[in-house]
Design a protein around this ligand. Sequence first.
Ligand code: AMP
Ligand code: GLY
Length: 425
Amino acid sequence: MNILILGGGGREHALAWAVQQNPKCDRLIVAPGNAGIAAIAECASLDIEDGGAVAEFCNENAVDFVIIGPEAPLAAGVADRLEEAGILVFGPSAAAARLEASKRFTKEICAEAGAPTAAWARFSEAGPARAHVAAHFRGETRPIVIKADGLAAGKGVIVAETEAAALAAIDDMFGGAFGGAGAEVVIEEFMDGEEASFFVLSDGKTLLPIGTAQDHKRAFEGDTGPNTGGMGAYSPAPVLTEAVAKRAMEEIIAPTMRVMAERGTPYRGVLYAGLMIKDGQPRLVEYNVRFGDPECQVLMMRLGAQALDLMLATAEGRLDEKRVNWADDHAITVVMAAKGYPGAYEKGSQIRGLEALPEDSGHMVFHAGTRLVDGKITAAGGRVLNVTARGESLREARDEAYAMIEAIDWPEGFCRRDIGWRALK
Ligand code: AMP
Ligand code: GLY
């Protein structure tokens, strides 16, 4: 098969790494790719949010199967365009991708499905939203959560500890800080508990869980500092026990998928359920309609080549024939980011020492934001490398990953030294 992966981050490098190990894969193209991806696949330049352009590229290059990595092309309807053009695709339709693209939509679906989630209200004007917040802080000292309705590159959620912070978030959102994504605002009850992510494939009829993970969203050690796209992740997530996973499937994910199918917009792809777990009870924080980044890196490290068969079965509506072959293993990924991230950072510094590192079924440095400049690997983003290792225990995987980091010579970068602490304590 000729396979095209859309995207150019660590998630797509991990997807490419897994797919290319499968003998079904003849030719692998990634658009736009990056310096690490270029070592294992062809990179193509293509407007990946333009469904027509992607379909044309597929026809010109005899692409048999497209895997869509990020949310933006999904929300833009690229999967719909490909399906219309008769091209097999992994990733939900734009209508189904609303589970990520609109917080309000997800809340309405949860209400219809009876899925446990935080109490919420929605606002299209600042005045009533401010009044709602003021009323909350009159009787409560707990934080409140302010969310821009639409896609905001992971930055549209503010957990406000004080009334002043909540009001500022509302003013920012209605003031256009997130563009059109903030035209509506959802205000939610703060849920406490431990957060974990559950990944489930759906072909519109059958559901198949493919793994659990936990990430570290804060920039600095001890889970402090500003929110980021994720500074590291590990799989499996100990808090997502079999009993909790069963409840999440029965109470949240299966009912959601049923409602989506009943509405005539069945969900096909990977569903990433962000869960808050307390006393064995999972509640939904959010859905994403794609693999997490960097969670995908640890899932791919554990699934390996079977990931392609699972994604193909999802796209072809044959998930009922599939099972996941599990090893009793653990994987971890540590993000190396440019100093300054998630704020302002420099691009263009050179990264040395990568050639000497092992690359095998237990060790990989996935590239998240790199570019080849005159044959040298240089930093080209905020999150730059995902140093990933697998082991019989999380501790073993963690030690392997940090040993790899020791060998990387990149003074302009930083990483957290405590990835996995919650599961290791
Ligand atoms: P989201 O983009 O919806 O995942 O939100 C980003 C992060 O904000 C989540 O991963 C949680 O850590 C936090 N968060 C979002 N909603 C809530 C909530 N209702 N209660 C507590 N934390 C939340
Ligand atoms: N790591 C969080 C996400 O992919 O949304």
